[in-house]
Structure formats: structure tokens, C-alpha cells
Design a protein. Structure first.
Length: 125
């Protein structure tokens, strides 16, 4: 089980770094790229996996409130990334990728990812 938790945690951190890193890389463009949506899905799936594996082990040190907040933020991030990437893909298909710009969605995805990481570090411990 510890190998499973380690692999899930590694993939969870990779997802977080991709969501945040792609936001920083495209900060001035104000776009949500498809990789952010895929990374957000990776975060949601591995986050649920980590939670349920730890619950199955009988881990009583889990901060359920922090996990609940993180799940809500992760779902908002995934939905915002899905909407943003669809807008970007549609604009790119028309040959005008700059029309796919949506600063509010881009900063929602990246900003909430940063907040979610802060919750993981300071509350979920």
C-alpha cells in the first residue's frame, strides 16, 4: 500500500505543478491550455485515490475539512479549465487563438491551484 500511496502522491504533485506551471507560463496571454484541464483531472483522480486508500488503511489523522475544501476547489478548477480549454480550442480551430483569451478563467484555474496547494501544505498536514 505504501508504494501505491507514493505513486499516487507523485502523480498528484505532477498534476499540481502542471496546472500551476502552465498558468504561470501563459500568465500574460490569459488563456487556459488543454494541458491544464488534463492535469486538473489527474489531480482530481489521484486526490480521490489518495483519500480512499488512506481511509481504507484506517488512517485517523486525516483532516476531513481540509480535504473537503480541496475537493471543492479541485472540481471548480477542473470545470473552469474545461470551459477555458474549449474556448481556446474553438478559437484556435478558427485560426484566431487570441480570441480564446479569457483572463478570468485563466486566473481562476491558476489562482485556485495555488490556494489548493497552500491548503495542502498548511491545513491537511
Amino acid at each position: 500500500m505504501s508504494i501505491l500511496i507514493t505513486v499516487l502522491l507523485f502523480l498528484h504533485i505532477v498534476g499540481a505543478s502542471l496546472v500551476f506551471g502552465l498558468w504561470v507560463a501563459n500568465f500574460s496571454k490569459g488563456i487556459v491550455v488543454p494541458g491544464q484541464f488534463h492535469a486538473a483531472l489527474l489531480q482530481v483522480v489521484t486526490g480521490f485515490g489518495l483519500y480512499f486508500v488512506q481511509m481504507a488503511q484506517g488512517n485517523t489523522g486525516i483532516n476531513h475539512m481540509a480535504i473537503g475544501i480541496k475537493i471543492v476547489f479541485a472540481l471548480v478548477i477542473a470545470v473552469a479549465a474545461f470551459i477555458g480549454q474549449n474556448k481556446y480550442k474553438a478559437a484556435k480551430a478558427l485560426g484566431t487563438p487570441e480570441a480564446g483569451r479569457n483572463v478570468a478563467l485563466a486566473h481562476t484555474v491558476g489562482g485556485l491551484a495555488l490556494v489548493n496547494m497552500a491548503i495542502a501544505v498548511f491545513l491537511a498536514g
